[in-house]
Design a protein around this ligand. Structure first.
Ligand code: UDX
Length: 435
């Protein structure tokens, strides 16, 4: 089938490439000329494992192409996926101007049936709003459909998630739209055996918000329990293990840490709280999820202050700048929370990250970046671990101890065994474990 994808961000580019990989003919459109030029040179605007190879392969096999022209996208296919950004506004509400703009421009140049599929995470009434916008700007009485098809992929495992999803959710209003989407997804359903769930548009939109918020809630729950563990002399990893073996709970998303970050959870929880407010429901549970996430960062900072006493002129090595391993994404990363505060406190910072360094350097160009965790920790008064990169977990601890000014670690990801640290005489503080 021919498919147009508008927006070549994380979701759009991965979805388009994966649709090409399963045999469709895909045109990815973006109004950012430099991004499209990069893609045509096989330079990726995002870091994602296996994506460059997959883009190259599908372009060479003539199933994937790029354009800056939305009208071309409109002519290319009767199915148009909308994967443009919905950045948060001042009060956490999603900015819908990019989505509205796509709807308007498609309507203005539409000459036969089109199915517009929302792929971005959007507020619950977006389907309705898009329908009104298209009807308003259509020049003649042309049939069209709106559908919602939320994306659940994670950064770092995006290709695998897109090709082998747990489920495919589609919100539809007509048999024609359902059939088109089922046909598009048939190869993925066949290879992954996942369920194809048809529901109304509002339910599909809500499924995405509820899923992301539920996962964020799971993280805040375990982080709250970790605080009690610290007070009660319990161990959060043992507690999480004990909870996770209950199939109803599952062990996933029960890792306590410095709080969730990234481009989705903070923004999506915020948006869901805002949507609920608009419908007249005050989602106190999710507001508490947000508060716990914030307090987890503040609590980590207190651990550092307790250990250092005075931060000024101390050399602090920060290991991990990305919001999670496997990505160069630093949006809402813990590093972006701690670095400005430590600079303000006049600490001397040394930074390490295998991939996110370049992105961080754009924001903090005057800071010192190192090639390995050990180089970064050399002469440091303390090491902060903010991302669970495997390179940190596999550090030679004896070597680390020998290069540091005083061997001390505050671990925001619980990568090490406190007993081992005690044996090695390294001061070690982590999350939800007594030492
Ligand atoms: C998330 C959702 O998982 C995905 O379905 C959705 O489409 C987009 O948002 P992503 O932001 O890529 O994906 O990352 P994810 O792996 O979910 O992690 C989000 C944050 O939670 C990270 O900061 C991570 O460190 C943190 N996290 C995750 C924890 O602190 N503990 C956990 O147990 C799991």
């Amino acid at each position: 089938m021919k498919i147009t994808i508008v927006g070549t961000g994380y979701v759009g580019l991965v979805t388009g490439t994966c649709f090409a990989e399963i045999g469709h003919e895909v045109l990815c459109v973006d109004n950012d000329t430099s991004k499209i030029e990069m893609l045509r040179r096989f330079e990726m605007p995002i870091y994602e494992k296996d994506l460059p190879e997959l883009v190259k392969k599908n372009v060479h096999e003539k199933r994937l192409q790029f354009s800056t022209c939305i009208e071309e996208g409109n002519r290319f296919s009767e199915v148009i996926f909308v994967a443009v950004g919905t950045p948060p506004g001042y009060k956490g509400e999603a900015n819908m101007s990019y989505v509205e703009n796509v709807g308007r421009r498609v309507a203005e140049t539409m000459d036969s049936y089109r199915l517009l599929v929302e792929k971005s995470t959007v507020p619950i009434n977006t389907g309705e709003q898009l329908k009104r916008t298209i009807s308003k700007y259509l020049s003649s009485d042309i049939d069209f459909d709106i559908a919602s098809n939320p994306e659940f992929l994670r950064e770092g495992t995006a290709i695998e998630d897109a090709l082998n999803p747990d489920r495919i959710v589609v919100g539809i209003e007509s048999v024609r739209a359902a059939e088109l989407l089922r046909k598009i997804y048939a190869p993925i359903i066949e290879r992954s055996g996942c369920e194809f769930l048809e529901m109304n548009i509002a339910s599909a939109e809500l499924t995405k918000h509820a899923s992301n918020s539920f996962l964020a809630m799971k993280i805040s729950f375990i982080n709250a329990v970790s605080r009690i563990c610290e007070l009660a002399g319990a161990d959060i990893q043992q507690v999480a293990h004990g909870m996770g073996l209950d199939k109803r709970i599952s062990p996933n998303f029960l890792n306590a840490g410095v709080g969730y970050g990234g481009s989705c959870f903070p923004k999506d929880v915020d948006a869901f709280v805002h949507i609920a407010d608009q419908y007249g429901y005050s989602f106190e549970l999710l507001k508490e999820v947000q508060r716990i996430n914030q307090s987890q960062r503040e609590h980590f900072m207190q651990k550092l202050q307790r250990e250092l006493w005075v931060t000024q002129d101390k050399t602090i090595a920060i290991l991990g700048l990305a919001f999670k391993p496997g990505t160069d994404d630093i949006r809402q990363a813990p590093s972006l929370y701690f670095v400005p505060q430590l600079l303000e406190a006049k600490a001397k910072l040394k930074l390490w990250d295998p991939i996110a360094k370049a992105k961080f350097d754009e924001i903090h160009p005057t800071l010192n970046y190192y090639d390995t965790p050990i180089e970064c920790a050399t002469d440091a008064d303390i090491v902060l671990i903010l991302t669970d990169w495997p390179e940190i977990k596999s550090m030679d601890l004896d070597r680390l101890k020998s290069v540091m000014k005083c061997p001390a670690i505050i671990d925001g990801r619980n990568l090490f065994d406190p007993k081992e640290m005690k044996n090695k005489k390294i001061s070690y503080y982590s999350i939800g474990r007594t030492h």
